[in-house]
Design a protein around this ligand. Structure first.
Ligand code: PGA
Length: 224
């Protein structure tokens, strides 16, 4: 299984011009990468424009949504459905990110509904959790093996990554084949979560906005 590196751009950058620049620079750099799967999760509004750019690409670069709604369509102002994402060629959807739990008050129940909706359409959910109770609640009634992202809140966007020892312990207690680590990953510490921590990939926030550092990280991981 190739390591999965997921770039979560969050609410960045603020113009389509910058989004295109960032994307072009990342795409150029991963052209020759064969042993890492890279997923870009831009803000929804940039998805169709960036997806267009991948026509004719002969290398693996997938897209992900940063969230989605649980219904297919209807009177749900402001929401984006998994069906819309699928129609755009999106393959992955991040569900239950701690920023959505905190700022949008997403509950475990909502997250569980979203995960089910994403699976129903054949997309791959990346379920973000920070403890085992969120894992259990998010996966209630789901038997498929979804991708899990262990993201301890104290490590997200703080520059204070989780220690390998602690991350490794958590990895062992998540009995899923594909678990990513996320939280203050940079080009210095990235490899260790895979090599020592036992993770199958990474969820990257801040560093994914810096194409050079992001690419350095991917190249390092390819060498593992
Ligand atoms: P960070 O964010 O890499 O900026 O800490 C990770 C995340 O929120 O997924």
């Amino acid at each position: 299984m190739k390591p999965l590196i997921v770039a979560n751009w969050k609410c960045n950058p603020v113009t389509i011009k910058e989004a295109k620049q960032l994307f072009n620079s990342v795409a150029k750099g991963i052209k020759n990468i064969k042993n890492v799967e890279t997923v870009i999760c831009p803000p929804f509004v940039y998805l169709p424009i960036l997806k267009q750019k991948t026509k004719g690409f002969s290398f693996a670069l997938s897209f992900g949504g940063q969230s989605c709604f649980w219904e297919e369509k209807g009177a749900f102002t402001g929401e984006i459905s998994p069906k819309m994402l699928k129609d755009l060629g999106v393959k992955y959807v991040i569900i239950g990110h701690s920023e959505r739990r905190k700022y949008l008050k997403e509950t475990d129940e909502m997250i569980n509904k979203k995960t089910k909706a994403v699976l129903l359409l054949g997309l791959k959910p990346i379920l973000c959790i920070e403890n085992l109770s969120q894992l259990k609640a998010g996966l209630r009634g789901i038997s498929e093996k979804v991708i899990i992202a262990y993201e301890p809140v104290f490590a997200i966007g703080t520059g204070k990554p989780c220690s390998i020892v602690r991350a490794k312990k958590m990895r062992k207690s998540i009995k899923y084949p594909r678990v990513l680590y996320g939280g203050s990953v940079n080009s210095q510490n990235a490899k260790n979560y895979i090599l020592e921590g036992g993770f199958q990939g990474l969820l990257i926030g801040g560093v994914s906005l810096n194409s050079q550092e992001f690419l350095k990280m991917i190249r390092d991981i390819e060498k593992i």
